[in-house]
Design a protein around this ligand. Structure first.
Ligand code: DON
Length: 304
């Protein structure tokens, strides 16, 4: 498969001017990002790399990071985790409050904000230094000791984070949060602020395409069963109320973030990351989704 030729075709076909939508603005610092940014990187199972555009530039990965925190919680808790958070698609926006009330404070899945906040509670409760251990985890699977939080983004989200703070308070009232609210949201805002490039994201997500093992070292990070579950959750819940559309158009497990990044994997074949900050009305990268649709159509390869 000539992936570089496919990427060159995607780059030549697509332009940020052709897409409708806006850069995220509810986190003030994200509104400053240049909407013209566009990059894509594929990392293959034979360790080959292919890319175009702004694929080496770091950006705020936002909710993509929820796959890392979920992985860490699964390592700590195993199957007991599913008592605290469900595994069903939400069909609702990622920051919905209403669903929590009639489901008694148990979030639909670990990728909506409420679910990621329960996962944050677990990590804050069980780890001595959760922020450092998160960095250690991401640095290990990426093979890059320099990955870090973006403190400006974390502070910016904290300054407007009333909705997430409301979600934690509400779940605490319903008995599904153990720790105090402040350390949980502090961890969560830092988690979302992780700054990574498309290349680094593709390298990190290779463990989900490689049955839980770091490709370069062979070290097992997650069991094959955990990877099966995480990929199933990415497929069914990775794009919130647009998960069906992403499956329909792209046909790969993936995860989006309001920074405009999307990562997807093809088990045993490749991991791919794309970045374009212009979001559609469901909060997913408009050009990113289109680029991934072209990738699976031009290669003739999806999981279906
Ligand atoms: O909590 C928030 O709203 C953001 N830090 C993350 C949301 C997000 O990335 C949703 N994904 N498309």
């Amino acid at each position: 498969m000539n992936y570089q030729k496919i990427l060159n075709t995607i780059e030549s076909e697509m332009n940020y001017r052709d897409v409708e939508g806006k850069v995220a603005s509810y986190i003030p610092e994200l509104a400053k990002v240049d909407p013209r940014k566009f990059g894509m990187h594929i990392y293959c199972g034979d360790q080959q790399h292919f890319s175009f555009g702004d694929s080496d530039e770091k950006f705020s990965i936002q909710s993509i990071s929820k796959v890392f925190s979920l992985s860490m919680a699964m390592i700590l808790m195993g199957e007991d985790l599913w008592q605290r958070v469900d595994v069903e698609p939400s069909g609702d926006p990622f920051n919905s409050l209403t669903q929590l009330e009639y489901e008694h404070g148990v979030p639909r899945n670990p990728f909506i904000n409420a679910g990621a906040l329960v996962i944050s509670d677990i990590l804050v409760d069980q780890l001595d230094n959760p922020k450092q251990e998160l960095l250690d985890f991401v640095r290990k699977i990426t093979g890059n000791p320099e990955i870090n939080f973006d403190e400006k983004i974390a502070a910016s989200e904290k300054s407007t984070g009333y909705r997430n703070i409301a979600l934690v308070n509400y779940m605490k009232a319903l008995g599904n949060i153990k720790c105090e609210v402040e350390p949980i949201v502090d961890f969560y805002f830092n988690l979302c602020s992780l700054s990574m490039s498309c290349k680094e994201l593709a390298q990190a997500f290779m463990i989900f395409a490689n049955k839980g093992k770091v490709l370069e070292t062979g070290e097992e990070i997650l069991t094959p069963t955990s990877v099966k579950r995480i990929n199933a959750l990415m497929q069914t819940c990775g794009f919130y109320d647009e998960a069906g559309e992403f499956s329909f158009e792209v046909g790969l497990p993936g995860k989006s973030g309001v920074g405009g990044g999307i990562v997807a994997i093809h088990p045993d074949q490749y991991s791919v990351a794309v970045w374009s900050p212009i979001l559609n009305h469901k909060g997913n990268s408009e050009l990113g989704m289109k680029a991934l649709e072209r990738l699976t159509s031009l290669s003739g390869l999806s999981v279906f």
